[in-house]
Design a protein around this ligand. Structure first.
Ligand code: NAD
Length: 392
């Protein structure tokens, strides 16, 4: 009888796991069900673009029914409310339950607020297409209100966190603001765009020269960096910094960190302190071997014993690897340890600029070349999932 593989989440890891499993195993061998909250695969690495209005959201949401058409994969759109490992069951909103033989958990991550008062209530996040649309509409509304009231807090935009998400967003906003200001008849000089970072430099983990390059590029386009300045409180009208400074604003986009998914943490699957599932070398949960956990929902330790950064690249590779393990389990082969091959990191700094480190030697790339490589990696992903010509 065919085994039932349930995949929770159709992000980079889950979608790849489902597609690759189907490439390797026939419908007689496994039935595959993908559960996703929204009816599309989101290109989360590109969300800064629609958030700043550089592209429409159609460019970052690919309908799952089209991506999965003809693949013999069942699709269920809805929220996962609980994973019950002891019952081999997953509960979905609306009272439905799915039984599985093998479960692939790829629910992604959630925003980490570090318990900072008011932050969750009064900030935006950039983790979904809905988030990106909310930010774009809010920025427009604020500038419109500023035009009418001249209240500077409406023309002050703050990005909290100078990691990759924060920097890519701030770069895109910096490029969008001149056009928006012209359109609304506002002087660009009246608008403030801050990036607040707790650490002494932005882009922690990047080499100094690339950080300096990024900073210079963004400052030239009107970004003000406040580094070594943790956000300690957020009100509806102001961001408070550790040194006592206050930035009056109606807009804080919080990109200060991620943690594991709360459904995973609540499920009884073994997790570490940030709620990410612990997995063995085959990507099985250390507590429940019939559950694979991939992408941001899991923590993958590097050879130095430190966790790998949770990236789309790693997620896609984990998803593909799970398919091979499922093949071994269903067909009776041996499982293989996961060995990520990371091609590097690229950070866009707006429409025309980017920085990155590529290849095993982490060769530095900047400017147009880095921007092209970033576009290339998106196209490779789209080709991989059969999404090059799929549009919403
Ligand atoms: P992150 O954790 O990498 O960065 C968050 C930043 O916020 C850090 O620099 C941190 O010091 C800062 N911060 C934390 N608390 C703060 C506070 N109280 N006040 C001010 N600053 C504070 O988070 P991210 O940027 O969302 O990235 C998450 C993961 O996704 C990372 O692994 C990243 O590599 C990956 N990612 C990759 C890309 C890419 O490859 N282009 C793009 C986006 C994200």
């Amino acid at each position: 009888m065919s085994k039932h593989v349930v995949v929770l989440g159709a992000g980079y890891a889950g979608l790849q796991a489902a597609l690759e499993t189907r490439r390797m195993l026939t419908a007689e061998a496994v039935r595959i069900t993908v559960v996703n909250r929204v009816p599309y695969h989101q290109l989360i690495t590109e969300l800064h673009l629609p958030a700043a209005g550089a592209v429409s959201d159609n460019h970052v949401r690919l309908p799952l029914d089209k991506l999965l058409a003809g693949k013999n994969i069942d699709l269920w759109i809805g929220e996962v409310t609980a994973i019950r490992p002891d019952d081999h069951a997953v509960d979905l909103a609306g009272g439905r339950t799915l039984q599985y033989d093998f479960l692939v958990v790829a629910l992604g991550s959630e925003t980490e607020y570090f318990g900072i008062p008011g932050l969750k209530e009064h900030s935006f996040t950039l983790k979904s297409v809905e988030d990106a649309n909310r930010i774009r509409e809010h920025v427009h509304r604020c500038l419109e209100t500023y035009r009418q009231t001249k209240d500077r807090s409406y023309a002050t935009f703050v990005v909290g966190g100078g990691g990759l998400t924060g920097i890519e967003l701030v770069g895109e906003l910096a490029d969008a603001l001149p056009g928006l200001c012209r359109q609304l008849g506002i002087d660009r000089g009246d608008v403030r765009l801050y990036c607040v970072e707790a650490m002494p430099t932005i882009l922690p983990g990047f080499p100094e020269d690339l950080v300096a390059r990024a900073r210079q590029s963004l400052e030239a386009r009107g970004v003000t960096f406040l580094t070594g300045q943790p956000v300690v409180q957020m009100d509806p009208d102001a961001v408070h910094l550790k040194n006592g400074d206050k930035i009056e604003t109606k807009t804080m986009v919080w990109t200060g960190g991620v943690r594991g998914h709360s459904i995973v943490a609540a499920s009884g699957i073994e997790v570490e302190r940030r709620g990410r599932a612990l997995v063995n070398e085959y990507l099985q949960s250390t507590s429940h071997p019939d559950i694979f956990v991939v992408g941001d929902s899991a923590v993958w330790m590097g050879p130095d014993g430190r966790p790998f950064p949770p990236t789309a690249q790693l997620a896609g590779q984990m998803g593909a690897h799970v398919a091979q393990q499922l093949y071994a389990l269903v067909k009776g082969g041996t499982m293989e340890p996961f060995q990520p091959h990371l091609a590097g990191t690229l950070a866009s700094l707006g429409r025309k600029d980017a920085i990155g480190m590529v290849g095993e030697k982490k060769r530095r790339v900047t400017g147009k070349i880095a921007a092209w490589l970033k576009t290339g990696s998106k196209l490779r992903w789209l080709a991989d999932i059969g999404g090059l010509f799929v549009r919403a």
